[in-house]
Design a protein around this ligand. Structure first.
Ligand SMILES: [Zn+2]
Ligand SMILES: [Zn+2]
Length: 160
């Protein structure tokens, strides 16, 4: 299902340089969702990436990895698995671990190499993944953010 939304996002396009870019919001799958971002922290790591002390080869990145928002659209399977629906408020962890390596299986998913900002291979992590990686909206300094099937969400917030 294609969504009618697009998102304005602050993209750290190069060292100490931000551009506001407009992205189409991609298709919705069965196992994923889209989030309306309501609030996002500014972390020391955001500054390190902005200065490119971390992630010299990340490419253009939407920073912001301490994210709260409301579900804008959600696939059928994700709604059942996550127990949420359109309008549910969630907080999202920055990590997008693989879910199958020994670190993930032992609960240390924060250390999974797929989501490690110090890894030399391409990673998936909110606030640290290039906008060249579809569907581009991988950070909280944005109107909308993609919720990957492996995202880790926390629920139970009141709507107010
Ligand atoms: Zn942080
Ligand atoms: Zn893993």
């Amino acid at each position: 299902m294609a969504l009618a939304y697009s998102s304005k996002s602050a993209v750290a396009v190069a060292r100490l340089a931000t551009e506001i870019c407009q992205f189409p919001v991609g298709d919705l799958g069965d196992d994923d969702a889209w989030l309306f971002v309501e609030a996002c922290g500014v972390c020391g790591t955001d500054w390190d990436i902005y200065e490119r002390k971390i992630g010299r080869n990340f490419g253009p990145v939407i920073l912001g990895h301490e994210i709260v928002g409301q579900i804008a659209a959600i696939g059928k399977a994700a709604a059942v698995k996550w127990g949420v629906n359109v309008g549910t408020r969630v907080a999202v962890e920055e990590f997008l671990p693989c879910g199958v390596c020994s670190l993930c299986l032992s609960g240390d998913y924060r250390l999974c190499s797929r989501t490690d900002v110090r890894s030399n291979s391409p990673i998936l992590r909110y606030g640290a993944t290039s906008t060249a990686v579809k569907p581009s909206l991988w950070g909280g300094f944005s109107e909308l953010m993609y919720l990957h099937p492996q995202s880790i969400r926390h629920f139970g917030f009141n709507g107010d």
